[in-house]
Ligand binder design. Structure first.
Ligand code: PA5
Length: 430
């Protein structure tokens, strides 16, 4: 389960402001349900949950497990909505320093030649026993034309063909739209296995399609549980969505009164990539026609030592959204030392989980007193089902909030501007 506590935002919103936003958000909710809002041709993120495709889930599981068992290195090549969802789930659920399963490497998410060169050097470095690494590659691009991803894919598939010859074809998996785009031409020419992102699902809403499911399955995560967590959330929030409506109402009210920044943060490093996924989901959906909250990501307590001063004491236009989860069990407890040089003996016997929790509570207290409205989103457990719940919750909240500010949540016209300027500078024809 996933819910958001809005109680620490209410003292920043008057009843009148609340009631005005509530009305707008109720209308937004109706528009979404009646399919009368902007971009209704993009509601596939809901219909995939309304009609789950078990055959697809089984296919993802079986190919994912083939990759998981055979690969030493699995490369996920994509940018924006084509990789952030998978990364969020993988980094939430896979241990940081694992010896089992493939090493997961991201590519195609920027244009650094140094990175790509180092990546290829890493692929070429033999394993400790002297044998070559087994490498598998999943390229993901809805348009099939995104330059960052296309350049990395060109380099990596050339390397794969040099290394494996014809066998490279069985190690390269492509996820793209049914038709169109350069990637489809390449798939036809080389015969790579192809997975389809339905036309009615936008990139940033696509984590529960093959875009996210294949890499997540290849990482060894149960995609059926993840998907059915979202299906359950979809059913529950169709019946009763008070919690989401409250959250979006508070967010709308704060936005209307001038708050400009939504700082997405967590005290659990496993959830930092979830913040990055949400940053893109919010940013690309909201930022239109001079509107929207600027979504920023932080990891606490690390970033309390960099932006903490600004959050506590800077311009009062920031709201914070904490992602929290009760981590199972206790790990390291602070041991006693006879001389107590570091002055930590007062913590003797306390677990790091307990200390982290107190750091979270103390931060919330201090920031609220400093004038920061605070949302707290809680996963009841760090597992696949809860993440499925959170994914659908945030997708729904995004659609509702963007409708509530009068924009289309599902397009991203602004992203084209940098591409146009870049292509012109690079001399691309047409
Ligand atoms: O959410 C979106 O639509 C975008 O962030 C895209 O995912 C991103 O631009 C990558 O595009 P593509 O999948 O076409 O390569």
């Amino acid at each position: 389960m996933f819910t958001i506590d809005t109680s620490r935002t209410r003292s920043f919103i008057t009843d009148q402001e609340w009631n005005r936003s509530k009305k707008i958000v109720m209308n937004a909710s109706e528009s979404l349900d009646n399919r009368t809002g902007a971009g209704t041709e993009w509601l596939g993120w809901q219909s995939i949950l309304e009609h789950p495709n078990d055959a697809l889930l089984e296919n993802m599981e079986s190919i994912g497990s083939e990759i998981n068992q055979k690969a030493d290195v699995f490369i996920i090549c994509g940018i924006g909505g084509s990789y952030l969802g998978a990364r969020a789930v993988i980094e939430a659920l896979m241990p940081d320093f694992s010896d089992s399963g493939p090493e997961i490497i991201y590519a195609g998410h920027h244009i650094s030649g140094h990175y790509l060169q180092r990546l290829i050097a890493h692929l070429e470095k033999p394993k400790p026993d002297g044998s070559n690494k087994e490498v598998y590659l999943n390229v993901i691009s809805k348009s099939g034309t995104t330059m960052e991803t296309a350049i990395a894919f060109r380099e990596l598939r050339t390397w794969m063909h040099d290394r494996y010859g014809d066998e490279a074809v069985s190690r390269i998996f492509c996820t793209t739209s049914k038709e169109g785009g350069a990637l489809n031409k390449i798939i036809r020419a080389y015969g790579y296995r192809k997975f389809i992102l339905p036309d009615d699902v936008g990139g940033r809403f696509s984590v529960l399609t093959p875009v996210g499911l294949l890499p997540i399955a290849a990482a060894g995560i149960d995609v059926k549980q993840l998907f059915y967590g979202a299906v359950e959330s979809y059913g529950l929030l169709n019946e009763k969505r008070d919690n989401v409506l409250e959250y979006v109402t508070a967010r709308n009210a704060l936005y209307q009164k001038g708050y400009a920044i939504d700082l997405l943060t967590t005290f659990e490093p496993a959830l930092t990539s979830m913040g990055a996924w949400l940053q893109q989901l919010y940013g690309e959906s909201e930022g239109k026609n001079g509107k929207g909250l600027f979504p920023s990501v932080a990891q606490y307590s690390t970033d309390l030592h960099s932006i903490g001063q600004m959050v506590q004491d800077g311009k009062r236009n920031i709201m914070e959204t904490f992602l929290t989860v009760a981590m199972p069990g206790e790990t390291i407890k602070v041991a006693s030392e006879s001389y107590d040089y570091d002055g930590l003996n007062y913590l003797t016997g306390k677990s790091m989980e307990e200390i982290n929790e107190k750091a979270f509570q103390g931060t919330v207290q201090a920031h609220e007193q400093g004038g920061v409205p605070i949302f707290t989103g809680t996963l009841d457990q760090l597992n696949t089902e809860s993440l499925g719940h959170a994914i659908y919750y945030f997708e729904l909240a995004t659609a509702l909030f963007v409708y509530s500010i009068g924009e289309n949540p599902f397009d991203q016209p602004g992203v084209e501007a940098y591409k146009k300027a870049m292509y012109q500078l690079l001399g691309k024809e047409g």
